[in-house]
Ligand binder design. Structure first.
Ligand code: NAD
Length: 484
């Protein structure tokens, strides 16, 4: 099996290689095979990409919003036409089952391109009348060159969620995918050019953290949007602060999902499955602390076990498979250590808990019950298929415990009591909340975290504010009054 892109980087409208960069082996997680070899960007490649983005920016911003939007919407159409091909590449990159990638990756990337393409023509300032005939008008301007840095769990989606609003506003982008999943963003860059994006508007450079760090500190860069872990976010935010750059930080979580005893159990179990095992649990907003009210605890656990027994674990390219491998051997070993922590700290293992034999990086979907708030598995982000089920008695108690975390990415509640649902959501310290559902992230809705989980929002009209700034123009219709 092989999937070798034409070259490692995509700069100024074409593929570019520099084999003196550190090698990046692309490993197919289902088999452990190396399917492609790329190279990390050298300083010369980083420089070339930033120059291309800088050079292209003013002409791109000078197009009308309608023209920019048309290109983005054309790119969305191409992505949808090629959904299957792109989904297979996403599966090669991540190991996620094709059953998922066919509906969640290129399609959500296309949604972002279409949505922000549609907004591009209506990005305006405002007119502010003042006394005596004076007025102010504001002009929404692009920031300049934006850097996007991606995590490995949604490589196509992240490349588009950052690229689409950036380009809609008239910025150009240099995107660095995760070194674990370098393939998909190259496809996005190719498609944008095919759709008519001028050279240099969207560039991709590969690399490890050092390449990301060199992009963040470069004076040509006006904005950095990172999707990654909290420790990386801290470093990138600090480095960006030195140059007073704009930032968006989409970081990790340890989100609560609360199930009250009046909830529809089947829906709550579905929410817990989606919020813990989709993408083999490698989703930032997962509801990994599932608080279940004592009255339905046994019924919930029994139904969960029955449903988990029907998971189809196997070859991600088989469309019947609905649970695939971990993205890498490293991530699998991190998660295995957490599973050991859970066992050692006295949580009750009720499902899974082991690696699945073979060359691929497969873990069993794992559920611990009787988890208590202080356990490592209840406090730290695991980023794998490990659900912790915790018991609770009262609403006040569970509210306090749900919020007792440094993270604040997402939170969900399952209940049929309407007022309680809204009361709980009002109390959640989290950026993205769900009532009787979990983990849906339509492009129309803001997505992002509070507390240590992030700064800024992706998607929706709000993303425009994070990729543009307002210029204020005061217009005087009167003589200038000076004190002397
Ligand atoms: P990571 O933090 O290890 O890496 C993220 C990216 O940052 C990679 O491209 C990496 O090369 C780069 N990087 C590393 N050090 C850097 C530095 N010093 N300067 C600049 N760039 C640097 O994260 P990961 O393991 O790839 O992804 C998993 C994490 O991402 C989890 O914590 C998960 O919750 C988070 N995540 C968040 C969201 C969200 O939208 N909030 C979405 C997906 C993943």
């Amino acid at each position: 099996m092989e999937f070798q892109p034409k070259a490692s980087h995509f700069i100024n409208g074409e593929y570019v290689e520099d084999t003196s960069g550190k090698p990046i082996d692309v490993v197919y997680p289902a088999t452990g095979e190396v399917i492609a070899r790329l190279h990390s960007a050298t300083p010369a490649i980083v420089n070339q990409a930033l120059n291309a983005a800088k050079t292209a920016q003013s002409a791109w911003a000078a197009l009308s919003g309608t023209e920019r939007g048309r290109i983005l919407r054309r790119a969305a159409d191409i992505m949808r036409e090629r959904n299957r091909e792109l989904s297979i590449i996403e599966t090669y990159d991540t190991g996620k089952p094709l059953q998922e990638t066919l509906v969640a990756d290129a399609t959500s990337g296309a949604d972002a391109l279409e949505y922000f393409g549609g907004l591009a023509a209506s990005l305006t300032g405002e007119h502010i009348p003042l006394g005596g005939g004076d007025f102010v008008y504001t002009v929404r301007e692009a920031l300049g060159v934006c850097v996007g840095i991606g995590a490995w769990n949604y490589p196509t989606q992240i490349a588009c969620w950052k690229g689409a609003p950036a380009l809609a506003c008239g910025n150009t982008m240099v995107f660095k995918p995760s070194e674990t999943t370098p393939l998909s963003a190259l496809q996005v860059a190719e498609i944008l050019v095919e759709a008519g994006a001028p050279k240099g508007v969207y560039n991709v450079v590969q690399g490890y953290g050092d390449v990301g760090a060199s992009l963040v500190t470069d004076p040509r860069v006006a904005k950095v949007s990172l999707t990654g872990s909290v420790p990386t976010g801290r470093k990138v935010y600090a480095a960006a602060a030195d140059g007073m750059k704009h930032v968006t930080m989409e970081l990790g979580g340890k989100s609560p999902m609360i199930v009250f005893d009046d909830a529809d159990i089947e829906n709550a179990v579905s929410g817990a499955i989606l919020g813990n095992f989709y993408s083999s649990g490698q989703v930032c907003s997962n509801g990994t602390r599932v608080f279940v009210q004592k009255g339905i605890k046994e019924a919930f656990l029994n139904r969960l076990s029955e449903r988990l027994a029907t998971a189809k674990i196997g070859d991600p390219l088989d469309e019947d498979t609905n649970f695939g491998p971990m993205v890498s051997e490293n991530q699998m070993n991190i998660v295995l250590r957490y599973i050991e922590n859970g066992k050692e700290e006295g949580a009750r293992l009720i499902h899974g808990g082991e690696r699945i034999d073979g060359d691929g990086f497969y873990l069993q979907p794992t559920v611990f019950a009787d988890v208590t708030d202080g356990m490592t598995i209840a406090r730290e982000e695991i980023f794998g298929p490990v659900m912790s089920v915790l018991d609770f008695d009262t609403e006040d108690e569970v509210m306090a415990r749900a919020n007792d975390t440094e993270f604040g990415l997402a939170a969900g509640v399952f209940t049929n009591d309407l007022t309680r649902a809204h009361r709980i959501v009002a109390g959640f310290e989290a950026g993205t909340c769900y009532i009787n559902s979990y983990n849906l992230a339509p492009v129309e809705a803001p997505f992002g975290g509070s507390k240590m989980s992030g700064v800024g929002r992706e998607n929706s009209k709000l993303a425009i504010n994070h990729f543009s700034e307002m210029k204020t123009v005061y217009v005087s219709m009167n003589d200038v009054e000076a004190p002397f």
